[in-house]
Design a binder for this molecule. Sequence first.
Ligand SMILES: [Zn+2]
Ligand SMILES: [Zn+2]
Length: 180
Amino acid sequence: MSTTHLSCRCGACRFKVEGAPILTVDCQCTSCRRAADRIAALPGGADDRAATGGLPYALFRKDRVTATGEGWAEMRLTAKSPTRRVIATCCNTFMALDFSKGHWLSVPTARWPDGQAPAPELRTMCKDRTDPAPLPDDIPNPGTHTAAFMVRLVAAWAKMGFRSPKILPDLPAVKEPDHV
Ligand SMILES: [Zn+2]
Ligand SMILES: [Zn+2]
């Protein structure tokens, strides 16, 4: 199985991922775009959006991801959000989108070295778009998560024996300038 090493922008926090992603998507949902604004507003924060305005991710089985480094924190859009964005606070890099109960971890493809990021297979949640510019039709642009998308996720879960390992549990909230 191939091994990919991904790191924050300063290199102190890293993921080692084994094998190919379950799926690669460019997520156009409102939550991803709102979170991107907040992450970009962190000190030294960057904007990982693609030219389409969406967030491109590669989804990996959690049992194939190992995290190393210190200074991890999380951002939730609201205190009760079941999803969190994992941030490397050494340089405030967005490292992963994590539905904590889920078996997959979504890593922004911006974390790959230049020119090596896996291309998205589809854009998802396009019904949430507010940008009037039309999307390119190079890949499918479904309005919501498709059945095929769900089938791929569940098939990966079956191969994991329906286990959902935790990655970096119990992180502190990231310090945000506007959300103190
Ligand atoms: Zn860093
Ligand atoms: Zn999203």
